[in-house]
Write a protein that binds this ligand. Structure first.
Ligand code: MCA
Ligand code: AMP
Length: 504
């Protein structure tokens, strides 16, 4: 039997080679990871999870959590990672929509999650950051030599939820072929080899930390320092023994705030990669001055994996996301007519290739609406391709805020605020923020006579929205600016509050 993605991972794995290094702790070899992933796959199978069933996972970052992803690939289950910041209210929607057969959570969340998952027929098991939990207890009783489920390139490997710009979150269905093709392309483009040591400080529930960082490491047979979270001091301490860092722009902004960052500190480092949000040109320039390294910026999406990258050897140009990756097609079209535009002209970025997802989970109409008739995915990003072939992202047609690499859909936050007593209406925008890139900001219009302050609104959102989605500031206004069609002019609000978070 063949398992498209895991066979490739297995082929790159060499038993005694280190795979995961826990800072100051255990080193997991590839052999260890194969062994435990086989046992967990066995436990998943014994629990009755069949190929194609979803396994939803909301757990803290750990080696075991990463190996659970491998176990899902091996058992044929569809891995569904969830941000640890999601509240129970948010989780309720994902579990209802994805109908997982198994939900894995930390033991602290067990009772609350059971209450929402078990009535829907899901089994709930636990996995904690210290490597304990009921799932691992079950795995101990299983054999390590699990027979991997047969999976083709077209079978689903994962579903990752991306919030909808108009309403409900959508589950992006990623196939084994999507993940493998992109990981091989990136490994080769960035020249990742078995000699590389990646500093992995990203969360494991998004494309960046899960697929880009993890799959590329696996397919190179390389190793990674697995950090629970991003801590600039810890990252700097690891650099002398590492070669590679992948991060969101906030990582680089925070590293630059450390006096420890200099040429000496990065002497062993081969490559710094940035993505998930725009890297300010000034961050790129400052980093180059301090370290001698030009950060390599690349561009991707949950739905498409990675699309473009600045070159390894050629010029890495600040403010661009580089060239279209081999095997991927990126074009720019006129948003009104769909006509393909020539170089240097700005329009809608559209993507086609083996990296592009299969569609949104149980939302055929939404899927159809996001593809052109000739099969290109409409990204919602506005940009141009210059004469040299570098792609530039100049804006977004989708109403989206990206804060510290996390996406926040204003409509979701506005929906929660508008429900509160005393609120007439609200507009949520992103404005420049020195640390997070964009800061979520709500402009709220009170109902006549309502007594409502910032604290009351923020307090009411606590249990409704993950922390990173909650506005950093609430501003009260008499009304919202509207165009003649009655649409809120968010561009005017973004201009008006552009300096809200400016550093003193
Ligand atoms: C934490 N907080 C945030 C964020 N993170 N608020 C807004 N935006 C955020 N991203 C909140 C915390 O809850 C806390 O609230 C306060 O802000 C300060 O937290 P802090 O300790 O500074 O946060 P941190 O734990 O250091 O996290 C910041 C971070 C983290 C390291 C930038 O957000 C992160 O790891 N981001 C990476 C996200 C990512 O992986 N994106 C990839 C998506 P309070 O103090 O009030 O409780 S994949 C993708 O986009 C595509 C496919 C791609 O191209 O890669
Ligand atoms: P997500 O939905 O989390 O996959 O976020 C994808 C979005 O992040 C893209 O559509 C872009 O708007 C943005 N993005 C990712 N990488 C970059 C980058 N290097 N520069 C600018 N925007 C980026």
């Amino acid at each position: 039997m063949s398992n498209h993605l895991f066979d490739a991972i297995r082929a790159a794995a060499s038993g005694d080679t280190p795979f995961i290094r826990i800072n100051g702790g255990r080193i997991w070899t590839y052999g260890d990871a194969l062994d435990l992933s086989g046992r967990i796959a066995g436990a998943i199978d014994t629990l009755g999870v069949r190929p194609g069933d979803r396994v939803a996972v909301q757990v803290d970052k750990s080696a075991e959590a990463l190996i659970l992803y491998l176990a899902c690939l091996r058992s044929g289950a569809v891995y569904l990672p969830l941000n640890t910041a999601y509240t129970v209210a948010e989780l309720d929607y994902f579990i209802g929509d994805a109908e997982p057969r198994l939900v894995v959570v930390s033991s602290a969340a067990l009772e609350k999650v059971r209450a929402i998952a078990e009535p829907r027929g899901a089994i709930v098991e636990t996995l904690d950051a210290d490597g304990t939990g009921s799932l691992l207890d079950l795995a101990r009783d299983e054999l390590a030599d699990f027979v991997d489920a047969s999976r083709t390139a077209d079978n689903l490997a994962a579903i990752l939820y991306t919030s909808g710009t108009t309403g409900r979150s959508k589950g992006a269905m990623l196939t084994q072929g999507n993940l493998l093709s992109n990981a091989v392309t990136l490994r080769d483009y960035w020249r990742v080899t078995a000699g590389d040591r990646l500093i992995h400080a990203l969360p494991l529930f998004h494309t960046h930390g899960l697929f880009v960082a993890t799959n590329v490491t696996l397919l190179a047979g390389a190793s990674m320092f697995l950090l629970a979270r991003f801590d600039p001091d810890e990252v700097l301490s690891l650099m002398p023994g590492a070669t590679l860092l992948m991060g969101v722009p906030t990582f680089y902004v925070r590293l630059l705030q450390s006096e420890r960052l200099d040429r000496q500190a990065v002497a062993n480092m081969r490559l710094f990669i940035s993505g998930s949000a725009p890297l300010l040109a000034e961050t790129h320039v400052e980093f180059k001055e301090r370290t001698g390294h030009a950060i390599l910026e690349r561009y991707g999406m949950t739905e498409t994996n990675m699309n473009t990258s600045n070159p390894y050897d050629g010029e890495r140009i600040a403010g661009t996301v580089g060239f279209t990756l081999p095997g991927v097609t990126v074009r720019v079209t006129d948003p009104a007519t769909g006509t393909v535009l020539p170089p240097e002209e700005t329009g809608m970025i559209e993507i086609n290739g083996p990296n592009v997802f299969k569609g949104y989970w149980r939302m055929p109409e939404k899927t159809a609406a996001e593809f052109t008739s000739d099969g290109f995915f409409i990204s919602g990003d506005l940009g141009k391709i210059d004469r040299r072939g570098y792609v530039h992202i100049v804006g977004r047609s989708k109403d989206l805020v990206i804060s510290g690499g996390y996406n926040i859909y204003p409509k979701e936050v506005e929906g929660e605020i508008d429900q509160l007593p005393g609120v007439a209406e609200s507009a949520v925008i992103g404005v420049p923020h020195p640390d997070f890139g964009e800061g979520v900001t709500a402009i709220v219009v009170r109902r006549p006579g309502a007594v409502l302050d910032e604290k009351a609104i923020l307090g009411a959102l606590q249990d409704r929205l993950a922390r990173y989605k909650q506005p950093k500031r609430i501003i009260f206004a008499e009304d919202l600016p509207r165009n003649t069609m009655g649409k809120v002019q968010k561009n005017l609000l973004r201009q008006k509050y552009a300096d809200l978070y400016a550093e003193a």
